[in-house]
Design a protein around this ligand. Structure first.
Ligand SMILES: Cc1cc2nc3c(=O)[nH]c(=O)nc-3n(C[C@H](O)[C@H](O)[C@H](O)COP(=O)(O)OP(=O)(O)OC[C@H]3O[C@@H](n4cnc5c(N)ncnc54)[C@H](O)[C@@H]3O)c2cc1C
Length: 100
């Protein structure tokens, strides 16, 4: 089974972790525009109210963590189109401009 996860803050990270835990043999690819993942946006209020000592604590995973679980990571990649009929994605590497 092949799974593509587009966007990797909370929902994407949680999905990738659980799919790979339950199905370690599935091919999971993660596409995220940013260079980080797993950001807990609900923690913004805690940061603003000075209840979090380090903004890095608002992240609970990393591209390396998901790679170790077996995911193919495409950080800094933008999904520009999804063709649901033939199950193809158009993806642009935001660093190089390359389209894959
Ligand atoms: C201030 C604030 C407080 C909150 N408080 C709570 C709370 O107390 N309790 C609670 O349950 N929830 C709370 N939430 C909501 C919760 O954080 C969201 O449900 C959660 O962030 C949604 O995560 P998500 O992964 O679905 O999507 P998003 O956070 O919207 O992330 C989408 C990700 O996808 C990437 N992306 C989007 N399109 C593409 C594309 N085409 N190609 C590649 N990458 C793409 C983006 O770069 C982004 O990283 C809060 C949110 C905010 C902003």
């Amino acid at each position: 089974m092949k799974v593509s996860i587009i966007g990797c803050t909370h929902a994407g990270t949680f999905s990738a972790m659980n799919i790979l835990k339950e199905h370690p043999d599935w091919e999971v690819s993660v596409f995220e525009r940013n260079d980080n993942l797993s950001f807990l946006s609900c923690g913004i209020a805690l940061w603003v109210s000075d209840r979090v000592s380090d903004p890095n604590k608002m992240f609970y995973s990393s591209p390396e963590d998901l790679s170790q679980l077996g995911a193919h990571m495409y950080m800094g990649h933008d999904v520009t189109d999804i063709n649901f009929d033939n199950k193809k994605l158009n993806v642009t590497n935001l660093t190089t401009g390359e389209k894959i």
